[in-house]
Design a protein around this ligand. Structure first.
Ligand code: FAD
Length: 444
């Protein structure tokens, strides 16, 4: 008998944990393929630690092929899904040629994208914090600005070079600003022309206090702690416009800066627009078992799905939920093929934790509030345990241990080729900082 073909699109928390459950089950009746545009699984909760040089960039990612031994992996970008023909079109390779993969069951696990709310110039200017490339880009930017600001010729530009603005007071924004502040202040001692009072770190947040998900007490505590270490927390305001020299806020203030980190919103994955399936708030509308009603064999989870929580609301878009949804969804796909009962996904958030810099954290776990060093220690311990694979856990634990003895590293991650010698020698400045290999071969 032909095996049941399951295609999972997206190798993030939802997709990987669905695939891992299939791995565990070793069910010979199912042939499972996971398609993702990167060949690694990114552990987003630790992303800001890469941006701030607390962790090596490869330590928070896991190669998908090391995670999955029986589930097949296909690295490529999903271009379209033909619901009627039950086909996924994927492009890959250097020429981006296309493949069609047929399925009996498909799992949409595409996650979300950054929402720029149509603010002019924002998408072109802002640094986002969603991918590994974003974290590396931010780290490079911080270092590049310190280097430039330290030179005498940049004396007039120092203010904008050394002002770092983060928009969004949710988890990603607060953790990022805490990390940026620690990183820049620690690096300062190696830049003789720079002084602490030249650094300005600003958090722009639309609410009264940051981290509203953790409640008022912890949110106000976090706001106070950030302010105590010199971070300017601008509450009740938003980014209104991006100007040639900085940003304008809705309260009328203008901040001169060359760095805006945007963590202020997510939007549904654009591919979802192209699939003719029921949606709610532009995300795929599924039932409690994560199946799309009226479309057998079509499933969705994570940030790209609206999953009812059984209390008249929907499951939140978090890694904590997506990973658990994956395990239940794999069970449901198997049960559905065997004509057995499906399980609705039910899960109450266990806790929320955030690190806010300088070994300080805030956490609400099983209804109890924690703050300060204890919360930070819980944050590190829990995420270390959650990080997949022993090898990566050991590497992260070592990074954190060494961190107690050495200062942060601030070398830039550069990816250009060294300058080749052609007829006339060329220098790195001829090539420019961001030229890629293809362009380099054109230099004569
Ligand atoms: C900086 C940051 C910090 C966070 N911290 C926390 C935290 O502390 N705790 C928590 O619970 N949640 C946290 N989250 C949220 C959490 O990361 C998401 O809710 C979770 O990743 C959602 O899982 P997902 O599988 O739906 O999407 P994702 O994990 O985003 O996975 C989507 C996958 O689809 C792939 N993909 C996208 N488009 C295509 C395409 N066209 N073709 C092929 N592949 C594609 C992507 O490469 C990715 O692998 C954080 C998020 C960010 C950005």
């Amino acid at each position: 008998m032909r095996k049941n073909r399951v295609v999972i699109v997206g190798g993030g928390f939802g997709g990987i944990y669905t695939a891992l459950e299939f791995e565990k089950r070793r069910d010979p009746d199912f042939e499972v393929t996971l398609i993702s545009q990167d060949n690694f699984f990114l552990f987003t909760p630790l992303l800001h630690e890469v941006a701030a040089s607390d962790l090596d960039l490869t330590h928070i990612i896991n190669p998908i092929r090391k995670l999955l031994r029986r589930v097949q992996f296909f690295e490529g970008e999903v271009q379209s899904v033909d619901i009627a023909k039950r086909q996924v079109v994927v492009s890959h390779g250097s020429d981006l040629h296309r493949h069609s993969l047929e399925y009996d069951d498909i799992v949409f696990a595409l996650g979300s994208v950054t929402n720029f709310y149509n603010i002019p110039n924002l998408a072109e200017t802002a640094v986002t914090m969603k991918s590994l490339g974003d974290a590396i880009g931010l780290r490079n930017r911080l270092i590049e600005h310190l280097e430039e600001a330290d030179t005498e010729c940049a004396a007039n530009d120092r203010m904008s070079l050394l002002t770092f603005v983060v928009a969004g007071g949710g988890f990603a924004g607060v953790e990022t600003i805490g990390s940026i502040s620690d990183f820049v202040k620690e690096a300062l001692r190696y830049y003789p022309n720079l002084r602490p009072e030249m650094i300005r770190v600003v958090l722009v947040h639309p609410g009264e206090f940051v981290l509203p998900e953790l409640g008022e007490e912890l949110g106000r505590y976090a706001s106070r702690k950030l302010a105590e270490r010199g971070i300017e927390v601008r509450s009740n305001t938003k980014i209104k416009a991006v100007t040639s020299d900085g940003v304008e806020l809705t309260d009328g203030a203008h901040i001169t800066t060359r760095t805006l980190v945007w963590t202020a919103g997510i939007a549904p994955h654009p591919l979802l627009k192209k699939v003719p399936l029921p949606k709610e708030h532009q995300r795929l509308k599924v039932n409690g078992a994560m199946g799309v009603e009226g479309y057998p064999g079509i499933w969705a989870l994570g940030d790209c799905a609206m999953i009812p929580d059984g209390h008249g609301r929907y499951q939140p878009a978090t890694a904590q939920h997506a990973s658990r949804e994956g395990r239940v969804l794999a069970h449901n796909i198997v049960a559905n093929r065997r004509g057995e009962d499906l399980i609705p996904f039910r899960f109450n958030t266990l806790g929320l934790l955030a690190s806010i810099g300088r070994r300080t954290g805030v956490a609400r776990i099983l209804g109890f509030n924690f703050s300060g060093f204890v919360a930070w220690w819980l944050w590190r311990t829990i995420y270390l345990l959650k990080l997949p694979r022993v090898e990566k856990k050991v590497r992260v634990a070592l990074d954190w241990t060494l961190d107690m003895f050495f200062t942060k590293d601030f070398v830039q991650y550069l990816h250009q080729r060294s300058a080749p010698f052609v007829n006339t020698p060329i220098t790195r400045s001829d090539i420019g900082p961001n030229r890629d290999t293809d362009r380099l071969t054109m230099v004569h």
